[in-house]
Design a protein around this ligand. Sequence first.
Ligand code: M6P
Ligand code: ZN
Length: 192
Amino acid sequence: MTEIMMPWSAHINLDNGLLWHPRRIITRHLSDMADMYRDPDAVKAELESRDPLVYRVDEIEVPQEVGHLLYSVTVIYPGKVGDEFYMTKGHFHVREECAEVYVGLQGRGYLLMQTRDGWCTHLEMQRGTVAYVPPYWAHRTINIGHEPFVFYAIYPAQAGHDYRSIEETGFGMRVVERNGQPVLIPNEQHGG
Ligand code: M6P
Ligand code: ZN
């Protein structure tokens, strides 16, 4: 029998990006993604003194089934490892045919996207940007500013996260600071 869920609402604090509702909170520190940054010496030096919180994801709780929509609010804190800006791990969807929509709420960021055959592109995001991640594109977000970069994401609940491909090959581009500005450079370690 079809189970009927009661309608409900949540609340996003637009000042700090945090979601108020029963939810799952995911926090990622530098040590959780140490191998993803380009400069191992910078990672090591940083981890010797502290293990900074790079980003936080607040998710609502819905069944991860076809028909439901899952959404989350991500806060990427400002910062760099060496000259590389703080970023999310990035993932393909397990169900690669699932798209995703991002809405910028605060700060400035890049949304880096890449196909399986290595086509890599990016979009700039700020408050009010609505970015569409089409099916079959891996996606990673990067804080390129001096304040938290906050965005809302919504996607089919069955999408799932595949981190392994990105852990193995990385993205084709990295975002680093040059003369105070964010610059995309090719990723020499990219194996895709
Ligand atoms: C967005 C969505 C989430 C994702 C989060 C952090 O909120 O795409 O599904 O979990 O960003 O990105 P990642 O899972 O790659 O660390
Ligand atoms: Zn996704």
